[in-house]
Design a protein around this ligand. Structure first.
Ligand code: APR
Length: 253
């Protein structure tokens, strides 16, 4: 059912939330656009301006590693000042009352953590961009340290003490998905009775497989997204309105 208007959308979503025991939110970049972080595939989104750097190119070329870090530091203006939006705060409210026990996110912006959801209850399928790790030994590096080294070397990406490459703790195209996160998402998806996809175009696999699995395992599926997705047909509720407008009423003050 596609909600005909915002009021009906909020009423129907509220009814689904009331009837559900275990609500599993699955978030994409659309939940963070009102926080000033651009998404990827909307008009003006990141992938409409630049091509992502695939993992093999990052590993093969110092120039690509330098470019990857240049782009990350340019994004500081978005990430450093971003605050949780109405969508994040609504999910945090539902989490505080136990309706939401965990969140699966494709986002790397750390805003679910900032909103008050515990790190161990957030499943980050594509990692987190607020710190870096060595791709060889997994040692953690803070971004300030990387930025100092990068700038002191005139825009060259630093290496780890083990001589491995240092990368933001995110998952690039062509990079292996985080095993623990995938297993946790698989389990959570099989034990919820309402799966809500929020702000995702649902075009990137294997992440996009989780709404499908939830439906197959008997959960109801709600999709909140401005644009249609290929899963709308199978959803119990489709809401094509602004996420902040839809979820704002569910923020507990
Ligand atoms: N309200 C409702 N929908 C919105 C809003 C908003 N305020 N802002 C954006 N959207 C919708 C867009 O219409 C779009 O369909 O959010 C969706 C975001 O889709 P994408 O930009 O494709 O982002 P996402 O689905 O999270 O991308 C998945 O792709 O590039 C990789 O790793 C990256 O995690 C990312 C993955």
């Amino acid at each position: 059912m596609i909600a005909p208007d915002l009021t009906t959308a909020i009423d129907r979503l509220g009814a689904l939330l009331d009837e559900a025991s275990v609500v599993l939110p699955f978030t994409g970049a659309g939940i963070s656009t009102e926080c000033g972080i651009p998404d990827f595939r909307s008009p003006g989104g990141l992938w409409t301006k630049t091509q992502p750097i695939p993992f093999d190119q990052f590993m093969a070329s110092q120039d690509m590693r330098d470019e990857a870090w240049r782009r990350r530091f340019v994004m500081d203006e978005y990430f450093a000042n971003a605050k949780p939006g109405r969508g994040h705060r609504a999910l945090a409210s539902l989490y505080r009352v136990g309706k939401v026990r965990a969140v699966i996110t494709q986002n790397i912006d750390n805003l679910h953590q900032v909103s008050g959801i515990a790190q161990h209850d957030i499943v980050e399928l594509h990692g987190n961009t607020t710190f870096a790790t060595c791709v060889a030994c997994d040692r953690r590096y803070e971004l300030d340290w990387v930025k100092d080294k990068y700038q002191a070397a005139g825009g060259r990406a630093p290496h780890c003490a083990c001589n491995g490459y240092i990368k933001t703790a995110t998952v690039s195209f062509g990079q292996a998905m985080p095993e623990d996160a995938m297993l946790r998402a698989h389990d959570l998806t099989g034990s919820c009775d309402l799966f809500i996809s929020i702000g995702s175009s649902l075009v990137v696999w294997p992440a996009a497989g989780f709404p499908l699995r939830a439906k197959q395992k008997g959960a109801r599926l709600a999709i909140v997204n401005r644009e249609p997705t290929e899963f709308d047909e199978m959803a119990d509720l489709v809401i094509r309105h602004d996420i902040g407008e839809v979820l704002g009423p569910f923020i507990a003050h």
